[in-house]
Design a protein around this ligand. Structure first.
Ligand code: DHE
Length: 533
């Protein structure tokens, strides 16, 4: 890996014009043409070697405005000045003047004149199959239960660890693309795991032989992926371009793309795509359109696992009329867009939240319309809600990104039956059928280092743990049996802590670099009510 050339550019070589205070249509500081030229020169000299001349990413991540949305405030300048620990991104604080750093940061945030192209030909060109799937072994190369493995995403240095859930020993640790996001998704037999990066890369890894099988870049800014319940497809949802990309799950061969365009001709970013197993369809939330899409794969005539044919022409479906192809799109029109949602266990209802932080609605997917409003202020993070049985009723428990509470909602009346006060807003909730407890984190605020344990029988917090003072403690997942709960210490000098799920005693601490999500194969492929789907 080559370090970028750190040539010192003095102000005489690239003249950084004074920043002006006018704003453009996006509410951002508008740069003059002289400043844009300066920024281009700075980028070409200092950034292009790693991030590519076209800003689409290379050894470093893509630097498109959409990719940088997460770095709010001075986030971009801070990274340019200080670099990123445990990555190849050097600190430019000694090399560039403060004004140059500010200019580069402002320029990177500006909407680009023309969105870069990423169509089917770019997707096909990016596809790499490292191992012919027909050559893969029939059995795992380890003795432990292959359905009790955990895929653990380590964001600190962009790696994944495969952890043996019987012994809690790592089986493998491999590099991934920059910034994975969304849940890792498994093939229905639990053999393959599919990982999506924010920069659009999808990686397919074989859990039996512990190696990467294939990868492909499906977009420039991707939200997440879903795997069909029959194991035939992987669907990726993109923020840039505004589309969905369907892949063959055997080796990620692209099958077709779906442009996300509303009746009025306006396109939309995808918020998330999920699989609804009993419906044999993908359900898609859209960020900019008041619609939910259901894309059925039930009628695709191709057989399940017909034997591997690595042939783009055979596998790729020609651009078909969306309504009449083997993947019909059903549009469910809503009064308001949805940013995040959750399903009941039989996938009849979708519970959605708008990111205005106020409105929630229940959509009956069979009849295709809203059947109830739901009180959901405080920006609920429905995607990481869970369901369980409480006094004979199915309830949904969800954290809120802006309020210090967990809402418990009856899934028949759709009324909030209890609000559990927490020490701060949380991100993730987890439980398991074999435990009476639900674990919730407090991701934001001064108590971000605690996790609460809630008794599902009483809806009371029965224990609060502070496993590593000062460091974020977040995202729990159970092993297959529900006897152990694994918690992340969300720090570059972090760890996975294994707890006895009954006594809450710490059993083991495994050092890791900012472990974020962790995904147990069995809990995910059985769509356990206590975990994300
Ligand atoms: Fe996530 C899952 C949306 C920011 C870590 N996040 C998801 C999913 C959605 C979502 C829709 C479900 C995808 C799936 O099931 O495959 N996330 C959003 C946002 O809208 C938000 C708030 C803003 C954004 O930048 O996109 C956001 N998410 C974050 C983070 O800042 C987190 C904490 C750190 C990071 O890695 O970016 C983060 N999101 C996660 C994780 C999951 C996730 C670990 C998977 C949870 C699971 O258990 O399945």
């Amino acid at each position: 890996i080559v370090k970028p050339v750190l040539a010192r550019i003095c102000l005489g070589t690239v003249l950084v014009s004074g920043l002006i205070s006018t704003t453009n249509a996006f509410g951002q500081t508008a740069l003059s043409s002289a400043q844009i030229a300066d920024a281009n020169a700075l980028y070409a000299t200092h950034c292009a070697a790693c991030h590519n001349g076209d800003r689409l990413g290379g050894m470093g991540p893509a630097l498109l405005p959409e990719s940088l949305e997460k770095l709010r405030g001075n986030g971009i300048s801070d990274v340019i000045r200080d670099g990123r620990a445990a990555t190849q991104m050097p600190a430019f604080g000694e090399t560039l003047a403060a004004t140059e750093i500010t200019l580069l940061a402002d320029w990177l945030r500006q909407p680009m004149d023309r969105s870069p192209e990423w169509g089917m030909s770019e997707i096909v060109q990016s596809h790499d199959v490292f191992i012919d799937p027909a050559e893969l072994p029939d059995k795992p190369k380890f003795k432990s239960d292959p359905l009790n493995l955990f895929t653990i995403v380590e964001a600190g240095d962009h790696h994944v660890t495969i952890l043996d859930g019987d012994t809690f020993e790592p089986l493998d640790r491999f590099p991934t693309r920059f910034a994975l996001h969304g849940g890792a998704k498994y093939s229905p037999d639990g053999r393959f795991v599919y990982l999506a990066s924010r920069d659009g890369w999808v990686q397919m890894y074989d859990l039996y032989s512990l190696q990467t099988v294939a990868e492909i870049r499906v977009g420039l800014n991707t939200r997440n992926v879903a795997v069909s319940d029959d194991g035939r497809y992987v669907m990726a949802g993109n923020m840039l371009p505004h589309n969905l990309v369907l892949l063959d799950a055997r080796d990620l061969t692209p099958i077709r793309e779906f442009a996300v365009i509303g009746d009025d001709g306006k396109s939309s970013r995808v918020s998330a795509v999920y699989t609804a197993p009993p419906r044999h369809s993908f359900i898609v939330a859209l960020k900019d359109l008041p619609e939910v899409w259901e894309i059925s794969y039930a009628d695709d005539p191709r057989p399940v696992y017909p034997g591997f044919v690595h042939n783009y022409e055979a596998n790729m479906v020609e651009a078909l009329d969306v309504q009449n192809g083997p993947f019909p799109v059903r549009r469910i029109h809503l009064g308001d867009g949805l940013d995040d949602f959750f399903f009941d266990q039989d996938y009849r209802h979708l519970i959605g939240a708008a990111r205005n932080g106020r409105d929630g609605q229940v959509i009956n997917l069979n009849v295709g319309r809203k059947v109830a409003d739901i009180a959901l202020e405080g920006m609920p993070h429905l995607g990481s809600g869970i369901t369980f049985d409480y006094q004979g009723h199915s309830v949904l428990a969800t954290p809120h990104l802006k309020d210090s509470k967990i809402s418990v909602i009856d899934m028949e009346s759709w009324k909030t039956i209890k609000t559990i006060e927490t020490k701060g807003p949380g991100f993730f909730t987890r439980s398991h059928d074999n435990t009476p407890y639900a674990w919730v984190d407090v991701f934001f605020g001064p108590d971000k280092d605690v996790v609460h344990i809630i008794d599902k029988r009483t809806l009371e917090i029965v224990k609060t743990l502070r496993p590593d003072p000062g460091k974020v403690a977040a995202h729990v997942e159970f092993d297959r049996s529900g006897q152990h709960a694994l918690l992340s210490i969300w720090d570059d000098d972090g760890a996975i802590i294994v707890y006895d799920a009954q006594t809450f005693e710490e059993i083991k601490r495994i050092p890791m670099k900012k472990p974020v999500g962790k995904y147990n194969v069995f809990n995910k492929i059985t769509y356990s009510a206590g975990t994300s789907h």
